[in-house]
Design a protein around this ligand. Structure first.
Ligand code: GDP
Ligand code: IMO
Ligand code: MG
Length: 436
């Protein structure tokens, strides 16, 4: 099936600049759909002088005539969504049931999930902590899989069911949290009042989004699937257990959105020109030194959701090739190239050695005690933030992009040289409709 659908996924540990590219491509889309994660995401979009950091509402909300969908695979936090929606409205962005819809089968993040996230992280010993965003993501997906202690978005619109569920689940959670963490009991009645009110606020947005999207697929209406997180954080294919709790690669799109695999469309894989990671877990190319500090300052690498300083390092082409293959990436978008300006020689990791032997195959389960194999490329010093064509980039920057393209065996469709819409170079792209 040929379609104009596009899937944008992160190929590293998140924060690759998905927000910017989703926004740039969204102008020609009818739907923009989140299929994984929840309010752990922080997607930044710059529109003129205005900066938006979106957590749960898809980035298409800043485009007129785009309907934004939170799919079934998302951990939906109604309190955060309502807060985000209200803040957008205050800034003059229209968010109504016409342009924002939530799957009735999405799992709901409740206060006990956020509490458990914090209690459980605090109780873990150093070295075992995941470094979560404390947004209740892991506990929410655990309850989804557990079934009997879960609340789905449809329940928010039925006060009787919601009341019964909150009462019975709070009783269970109070027992568990009291026994495990000596936590104060939660007050179910106050929560019932709050969540019935949230349900009323959001009721006309909660609907059968899977049905709507499958109809759009049948009609050939263009859909953009907006990835959250990055492939190395995927619950099945990432650096487990230091991952998030959902399927964040293009493989997660069909079930997370409720569309057939054939409708995933063209897959655009986001890579930043170096690597970052927030939270704990293996990161072979990490530069916990002056180089990492320099990248962090130049790239303003502080978490969009939690404000934590991001760990920084060289581009890991070995890991990125794995992620490219896993999602079947059609073309890459390489972002934050401008951050490498003035860094001197640049290193690209092309493989790992373990116990002295070069690994023949990338294995996300074997990343802790590896030694990186690097090749070194000359850097550049001139400002590239105004470059509009690939040829305007200094030859060293061109060579860097070309080498990434070569190792990943995938064309680089877009090169981003700054956070603004206009700072995007269209290079070897076959994806239509990018607005600058
Ligand atoms: P996301 O989670 O993948 O959407 O990425 P984040 O929004 O968390 O982090 C990316 C950050 O880099 C944001 O502050 C963007 O505004 C910024 N950004 C995106 N592309 C570029 C770029 O090419 N150059 C620079 N300097 N900043 C960029
Ligand atoms: P975007 O969409 C970067 C990381 C957390 C932690 C791990 C588990 O903005 O790229 P969780 O709260 O999901 O249980 O935390 O995953 N993480 C992200 N890191 N960008 C994100 O999203 C992330 N979402 C989760 O820092 O290490
Ligand atoms: Mg982010």
């Amino acid at each position: 099936m040929s379609s104009r659908n596009v899937t944008v996924v992160g190929l590293q540990w998140g924060d690759e600049g998905k927000g910017k590219i989703v926004d740039a491509l969204a102008g020609h889309m009818k739907y923009v759909v989140r299929f994984c994660g929840g309010a752990n995401a922080g997607h930044t979009v710059l529109v003129g002088d205005e900066k938006f950091a979106l957590h749960l509402i898809p980035c298409g909300v800043l485009r007129k005539d785009v309907c934004n969908v939170v799919g079934s695979g998302v951990a939906f936090d109604p309190a955060t969504a309502w807060g985000e929606l209200s803040a957008l409205r205050e800034r003059g962005v229209s968010v109504t049931s016409d342009n924002f819809k939530v799957s009735s089968t999405a799992s709901v993040v409740m206060p006990w999930h956020k509490l458990q996230d914090t209690l459980s992280e605090n109780a873990l010993a150093k070295g075992k902590k995941i470094g979560t965003t404390a947004r209740g993501i892991g506990p929410c997906y655990s309850d989804k899989a557990n079934r009997t202690t879960a609340i789905r978005a449809a329940d928010l619109t039925n006060p009787a069911i919601l009341t019964e569920k909150i009462r019975s689940i709070v009783e269970i959670k109070n027992c568990i949290f009291g026994a495990l963490y000596n936590a104060e009991p939660m007050d179910a009645e106050a929560m019932i009042t709050e969540y019935i009110a949230l349900g009323e606020n959001l009721a006309d947005m909660i609907c059968n989004t899977g049905g709507i999207l499958r109809q759009a697929v049948a009609d050939g209406t263009p859909i953009l699937f907006e990835g959250g997180q990055g492939s190395m954080l995927d619950v099945d294919h990432g650096t487990y257990p230091f991952v998030t709790s959902s399927n964040v690669t293009a493989c997660g799109v069909p079930s997370g959105a409720g569309i057939p695999p054939s409708a995933v469309g063209r897959v655009v894989g986001l890579i930043k020109a170096y690597s970052t990671r927030v939270g704990e877990g293996p990161f072979p190319t990490e530069q916990d030194n002056e180089i990492g500090d320099k990248i962090r300052e130049a790239g303003n690498e502080y978490g969009t959701t939690t404000g934590r300083p991001r760990r920084c390092g060289w581009f890991d082409a070995f890991a990125a090739k794995f992620a490219t293959d896993l999602s079947g990436v059609d073309e890459l978008a390489l972002s934050l190239l401008d951050v490498l300006t003035g860094m001197g020689d640049l290193k690209l990791c092309t493989g790992y050695r373990s116990e002295g032997k070069e690994l023949t195959m990338f294995d996300p389960a074997n990343m802790t005690d590896v030694e990186c194999i690097y090749e070194t490329l000359p850097g550049w010093d001139c400002d590239i933030t105004g470059c509009q064509t690939f040829e305007e980039l200094p030859i060293e920057a061109q060579n860097y992009v070309n080498r990434v393209e070569e190792i990943l065996q995938t064309p680089v469709g877009f090169v981003s040289v700054g956070p603004e819409r206009s700072q995007t170079i269209v290079h070897n792209s076959k994806t239509e409709g990018l607005d600058k």
